[in-house]
Write a protein that binds this ligand. Sequence first.
Ligand code: SF4
Ligand code: SF4
Length: 411
Amino acid sequence: MTEKTNELKRRAFLKKGLTGLAAVGAIPGAVKAAALGSPEPGQAAAGLSQAKPIVRTLGKTGLRIPVVSMGVMNADNPAVVQAALDSGVFMLDTANGYQRGRNEQMIGQVIKGRPRDSYMIATKVPASGRDKSMQGLDSASVQKAFLDNFDISLGRLGLDHVEILYLHNNTTRESVQNPVLMEALQKAKKAGKARFIGITTHANEPAVIRATIEAKGYDVILTAYNFRQDYRDEMRKAVAEATAAGIGIVAMKTQAGAYWDKERQQPINMRAALKWVLNDPNVTTAIPGFTTFDQLKEDLTVMTDLKLTPAELKDLKLGEQVAGLYCQQCGQCVSGCPQNLPIPSLMRGYMYAYGYRNLQAAHELVGTLDVAENPCGSCASCSAVCAKGFDIADRVKDIARLRAVPGDFFA
Ligand code: SF4
Ligand code: SF4
């Protein structure tokens, strides 16, 4: 089956839904670079300004990093990653779970042969004890599973160490202050496999950031932070507190879903969104998830110029009238749902599917949730209200269809 055919089928899910897709069967093989329509790598570098990149220091780590790094999660074209490194991007951010390990493998191929001091790698490992399949494990087993998974990441990357190892996906004080996991991270650091350790968070961020400061022992926080968050003033304060405590801040989800609409006809002004977060001087670097050469070029212009123009500021204000795709994970909708559905997680899956066009990530996320294929079936009308104005029932019904898609559909 050709890559073109795969891409057409992937689009069929997004456009027609599961019924239409089931008729053509499962899709083997990854969706690859064919969809990107990219020029040769050199072209991206050739379009760059010669201005000096803005470089900041990552807290007490002392690492000096340009303000624009690369979130590799959605990228499946190694040439884009190569071009990013060739164009001045220094840090690549990946995770143990991205593309079921293929993301780390791809990075491993890209960096093979490059001088070790010409790039930095950050990866993330989740707490195995939170995984449903591993609940009930004793502390030693949880710690071992975490460290074994980290070793798998190092193997895929072809490295003996990374610059940053994050404990992935924290939403509570308890998770970042879990002594078993903190000890596992420290062991990785002491073994020289991770130069620095941190946590990631994209829900309840101000509280999680403060709990991380209190925990003492972390070097870096990777947090969702963008112009769409209703609590952005609180974010600014929490980020400043972390900086004062010597913890470096890396920002993600900076482009708030990338599009205003499901059909991707209205892109968010990505330069403006990226500049917005980097105008907080306490953010060392951001990890926009560019996947094409054009997006790379656009993000690279921000590396040398953070000044928001009046037109860019106006574009960001569009969000005041449009619901968009970004769920800020505030949880305000949850109490309105009699089924107690994990709406924030479903909405994050919706953003992965429609904003990022990363159906595999959406599928993996939805697969971890305790929801049926049609979870809203018994509701005559939806009583869950979204702070951002999403039509929650419509989006839940749409994304929950992924429950019926077999795991090897995206293999
Ligand atoms: S329609 Fe769905 S999301 Fe809305 S209240 Fe009912 S079960 Fe919850
Ligand atoms: S769906 Fe809306 S209310 Fe619910 S968590 Fe997301 S942004 Fe908040």
